[in-house]
Ligand binder design. Structure first.
Ligand SMILES: *[C@@H]1O[C@H](CO)[C@@H](O)[C@H](O)[C@H]1NC(C)=O
Ligand SMILES: *[C@@H]1O[C@H](CO)[C@@H](O)[C@H](O)[C@H]1NC(C)=O
Ligand SMILES: *[C@@H]1O[C@H](CO)[C@@H](O)[C@H](O)[C@H]1NC(C)=O
Ligand SMILES: *[C@@H]1O[C@H](CO)[C@@H](O)[C@H](O)[C@H]1NC(C)=O
Length: 735
C-alpha cells in the first residue's frame, strides 16, 4: 500500500495544465516595413521612424534602434511622398501626393491638429553625406575642419545606399544602409567602436503568389518498397511469410541496437523528445512544409512553415508574378508572370533551386491563370481571350472533358474542354448595366463524409451534394440591392436566389465561401444599424426529414438539368468588419469545417460552422428533440468573438489590400495550418474540433509507464496473499 500511495503522490505532484499554451510557439509573423522611402530619428533618439509604401497608401513605422524590432506601425490613409523633420525630431511633417502637408508628433507618431500650410517645406529624407566618404566598402568619417579621417566602419559587401546617417564627428555614428537584396543594416559606433549592429530583412514583403511544398518523409520509403515486393510475391502464404520474416528481422535489429538490454530499451522509450525525433514526427504528421512565396519585386523564397525562417531564395527575372505552382511528381516549381514569361526551377534537392527552363507563351497580358491538370493551365487574357496552355516538355495525357466557368465584372461564362483539348463556349449570363459582380465562389472540392444531417429525433435531412455549384454576389447600383445567386456551373441554370435591401455598402468587402452543402457570405449594411452581417445558406435535398430525392443507382446528367435544392438561410450580426474569409481545409474533411476570417482590425479568427448554422432557432421554439441534436444551439442574432478563436492572439497584422488567406491541410486530420500572405506573413495552426488525434506535448508518458510497471509489480506480490486468503476462507481458517 505504501508503494501505491507513493505512486499516486508521484502522479499528482507537478501535474501540468492539460492545455499548454502554444501561442507564439506554433505561430509566427514576419512584421514587414517594406522598402524604406524615408528614415529619420525621433526626438529622444530611441527609434528610427520610417515611411514606406503599403499598397497605394503609406505606412509609418517606429523601429527600435537597440534591436531593430518594430515597435509600432501605423497605416496612413494617404500616400506620403516626402518628410520634413522639425525641432530635432519632436515633430515631423509628411507631404502627400497632392502636396498637402500633415504634422505628426515625433515621440508617438500621432497626428497633430495643427495648420502647417505656412511651413517652408524642406525634405529631410536625403541623408546629408557632407563629412563622410565611401571607399572600398568602408565608410569614413572626416573631421569637418581638417578633412582628416576621424574613424571608419566596414560596410557589407552588397552595400547599396545610405538611408540614414548621424554623427557628432568625434566617435559616435549611427548609420542605416540598404543592401542590394533588400536588407537594411544599422550600425551604431561609439568612441570609434562598433557597439551594435542589426539587420532587418524586408525582402519577403508584399507577397503576390504562393505554393506549398510538402517535405517528403523518407523513413517510409523502405516500408513502401517492402509492400511492393510483397505484392510481387505469388501466393498469399508467401506474402505472409515475407512479412513475418521482415518483422522478425526488424525486431532482431532493434535488440541488437540496444545490445539485448531491456533497460536500455526502456530508457530509450522514456527519453524526452530530442530534436531528431521531433523533426521525424513533424515529417510524419505532415507539419514539415515549405511555404514558397513570390514578392512583388520578383523574388521567390521558401520559408519554413514552422517558424518562418528563409530556407532559400532566388531572384527571378519575372516582373509581376501571378502564379507559383509546385509539381511534386517531377520536383519542379514554376513561376509565371503577367506577360506570360515563365521559369521552371528544379528542386530535386529541396534546399537548392536550379533554374532549368525559361520561356514565354502568348503575347497579351494575362488576367487569370489556373491549373487544370498535369502541367496544363487555363488562361484568360486582358483582351478576353481564353485558352489552354501546356507548359510540359513531355507529352500530357489527354484531358477528360471538363466544364469551366469564368466571370468578369458583369458576365458569367461557361466553357467546356472537350476530350481532344478544344475549348468551347457553352453559356453566358449577362447582368444589367447597373449590376456588378462583387464576389464569386465555387463549391469546394472535398470528400463527402456523410450524406445527411442527423436531427435530434434520429431522422435525417439529406444534404444537397451536387458538386457543380457556384454562388456569386451581385450589387445593383440603382436600387442598392445585393443579390446572392446559386447556379449550376455546367449549364448556367439558376437554382436559388435571395436579395438584401438593408442598405448594403458595396465599398466594403463582400466575401463568399462555399463548403459542402452550404455557403456563407459577409457584407456590411447600414440598416437597421450599421453593422457587419454574416449570412449562411444551407442546401438540402428536401427539408422534410428522411426524404431522399436523389438515388444512388442512377447517374445524373447535369446537361439535362438537376432538381433544385431546398434552402434554409439565416443571418447574424458580427461585431467586427470582415475583410477576407476562407474555409479551413483538413485532410479527410471529418473535422467540423470552420471559417477563417481576416478582420479589418488586423486579426485572424475562426468560427466553427456549427455556430454559423442556418437551422438555429429561438430557444422558445426548440423542442426537446431539437435540443438533442449534436451541437444544437439556440439562435442569437449576434455571433460573439470568443478569445479562444483568435488565431493571431495579440498580434496586429498589416496585410495591405491584396492579401490572401490560405488553409493548408496536414496529415493530422484535426489540424490545419492557416496563413495570411500580403504585406506581412503570418502562419498559425488551428484545430477546429480540438486536437482529437494528437496527445498533448505535456502528456506524461514516463509516469504512465511507471504506473503500469508499478501495478504489474503490485499484482505480482499481492496475488499469492489473495490466493492464500481465498484458500483459508474456503477452509474457514481464521487469520
Ligand atoms: C536641436 O539640437 C541642437 C543640437 O543638438 C541644439 O543646438 C538646438 O538648440 C536644438 N533645437 C531645438 C529647436 O531644440
Ligand atoms: C507629443 O506627445 C508627447 C507624449 O505623448 C507629449 O508630451 C508632447 O507634448 C507631444 N508633442 C507635441 C508637439 O504635441
Ligand atoms: C423530427 O424533427 C424534425 C425537426 O425538428 C421534425 O420536422 C420532424 O417532424 C420530426 N420527426 C419525427 C418523426 O418526429
Ligand atoms: C443505395 O442505397 C441503399 C440504401 O441506402 C443501398 O441498400 C443500396 O445498395 C445502394 N445502391 C447502390 C447501387 O449503391
Amino acid at each position: 500500500m505504501y508503494f501505491l500511495s507513493l505512486l499516486l503522490l508521484l502522479l499528482s505532484a507537478n501535474v501540468q495544465a492539460i492545455y499548454s499554451d502554444e501561442a507564439f510557439v506554433n505561430d509566427w509573423q514576419l512584421q514587414n516595413v517594406g522598402e524604406y522611402q524615408c528614415v529619420f530619428e525621433n526626438d529622444n533618439s530611441q527609434y528610427l521612424i520610417t515611411l514606406s509604401q503599403l499598397g497605394q497608401k503609406s505606412l509609418l513605422s517606429f523601429i527600435n534602434e537597440v534591436n531593430g524590432e518594430v515597435f509600432f506601425r501605423q497605416p496612413l490613409d494617404f500616400s506620403g511622398l516626402d518628410v520634413m523633420v522639425v525641432d530635432n525630431g519632436s515633430e515631423f511633417v509628411i507631404m502627400d501626393d497632392n502636396s498637402q502637408m500633415r504634422a505628426f508628433n515625433g515621440s508617438n507618431g500621432f497626428p497633430l491638429e495643427k495648420d502647417v500650410s505656412e511651413y517652408n517645406f524642406k525634405s529631410s529624407c536625403q541623408p546629408d553625406m557632407k563629412g563622410f566618404k565611401l571607399k572600398d566598402k568602408t565608410l569614413q568619417v572626416l573631421d569637418p575642419e581638417s578633412q582628416l579621417v576621424v574613424f571608419k566602419v566596414d560596410l557589407w559587401d552588397n552595400f547599396q545606399r545610405v538611408e540614414y546617417i548621424h554623427t557628432d564627428f568625434q566617435g559616435t555614428l549611427k548609420v542605416l544602409y540598404s543592401t542590394t537584396d533588400s536588407k537594411y543594416v544599422f550600425q551604431f559606433v561609439e568612441n570609434g567602436e562598433l557597439i551594435s549592429e542589426w539587420v532587418r530583412d524586408e525582402s519577403e514583403s508584399d507577397i503576390v503568389a504562393h505554393a506549398v511544398i510538402n517535405l517528403p518523409d523518407s523513413s517510409l520509403d523502405a516500408i513502401s518498397q517492402e509492400l511492393v515486393q510483397e505484392e510481387d510475391t505469388s501466393t498469399l502464404w508467401e506474402a505472409y511469410k515475407f512479412r513475418v520474416s521482415k518483422n522478425l528481422q526488424r525486431f532482431k535489429d532493434l535488440l541488437r541496437k540496444y545490445h539485448y538490454s531491456p533497460g536500455a530499451m526502456l530508457t530509450e522509450m522514456l527519453k524526452t523528445d530530442d530534436d531528431a525525433s521531433k523533426e521525424q514526427r513533424e515529417l510524419v504528421f505532415g507539419l514539415a512544409k515549405y511555404l514558397v512565396v513570390a514578392t512583388q519585386r520578383g523574388k521567390i523564397s521558401a520559408l519554413n512553415i514552422k517558424n518562418g525562417i528563409v530556407e532559400w531564395s532566388v531572384q527571378s527575372n519575372l516582373n509581376d508574378i501571378i502564379l507559383l505552382e509546385w509539381f511534386a511528381d517531377s520536383s519542379e516549381l514554376v513561376a509565371v508572370d503577367r506577360d506570360g514569361l515563365y521559369e521552371f526551377y528544379d528542386l530535386t534537392d529541396l534546399s537548392q533551386p536550379t533554374l532549368i527552363k525559361k520561356d514565354r507563351f502568348g503575347s497579351t497580358k494575362i488576367d487569370t491563370i489556373s491549373l487544370l491538370d498535369g502541367q496544363r493551365f487555363f488562361i484568360t487574357t486582358e483582351d478576353d481571350q481564353k485558352s489552354i496552355v501546356s507548359l510540359s516538355s513531355k507529352g500530357e495525357k489527354p484531358l477528360t472533358s471538363t466544364f469551366i466557368s469564368t466571370h468578369d465584372k458583369n458576365h458569367i461564362y461557361g466553357h467546356v474542354v472537350t476530350a481532344d483539348g478544344q475549348l468551347r463556349d457553352t453559356w453566358v449570363t449577362t447582368l444589367d448595366d447597373d449590376e456588378e459582380i462583387l464576389s464569386f465562389a465555387k463549391r469546394e472540392d472535398t470528400p463527402t463524409v456523410s450524406l445527411g444531417h442527423i436531427l435530434g429525433n434520429r431522422t435525417v435531412l439529406y444534404k444537397y451534394l451536387y458538386p457543380n455549384l457556384v454562388s456569386y454576389a451581385v450589387y445593383n447600383k440603382k436600387t442598392g440591392n445585393l443579390f446572392i445567386h446559386l447556379i449550376d456551373s455546367v449549364n448556367g441554370a439558376l437554382l436559388h436566389s435571395q436579395v438584401h435591401d438593408d442598405g448594403v455598402d458595396p465599398s466594403s468587402p463582400i466575401e463568399l465561401v462555399f463548403g459542402e452543402n452550404w455557403f456563407v457570405y459577409s457584407y456590411f449594411s447600414s440598416q437597421p444599424i450599421p453593422e457587419q452581417k454574416l449570412a449562411v445558406v444551407e442546401l438540402y435535398e428536401s427539408l422534410e426529414p428522411d426524404h431522399r430525392v436523389s438515388d444512388n443507382s442512377t447517374q445524373l446528367n447535369p446537361l439535362k438539368g438537376v432538381h433544385p435544392p431546398e434552402v434554409i438561410t439565416q443571418a447574424y450580426f458580427f461585431p467586427e468588419v470582415i475583410k477576407r474569409m476562407q474555409l479551413s481545409d483538413t485532410k479527410f474533411g471529418i473535422t467540423t469545417k470552420s471559417i477563417v476570417l481576416e478582420l479589418e482590425s488586423g486579426q485572424l479568427i475562426y468560427l466553427s460552422k456549427a455556430l454559423l448554422n442556418a437551422r438555429r432557432k429561438d430557444e422558445s421554439q426548440m423542442s426537446d428533440d431539437d435540443k438533442k441534436e449534436f451541437m444544437a444551439m439556440p439562435y442569437f442574432s449576434t455571433l460573439p468573438i470568443n478569445d479562444h478563436f483568435i488565431i493571431t492572439h495579440i498580434r496586429h497584422l498589416i496585410m495591405g489590400s491584396n492579401s490572401k488567406l490560405i488553409s493548408i491541410p496536414t496529415n493530422l486530420e484535426s489540424t490545419s495550418i492557416v496563413c495570411s500572405l500580403g504585406h506581412d506573413i503570418f502562419c498559425g495552426k488551428i484545430a477546429p474540433s480540438g486536437q482529437f488525434d494528437i496527445m498533448s506535448p505535456t502528456f506524461e508518458k514516463g509516469k504512465l509507464i511507471a504506473t503500469i510497471v508499478g501495478l504489474v509489480f503490485l499484482c505480482y506480490f499481492i496475488r499469492p496473499s489473495v490466493e492464500a486468503k481465498k484458500l483459508k476462507s474456503s477452509w474457514m481458517v481464521r487469520n
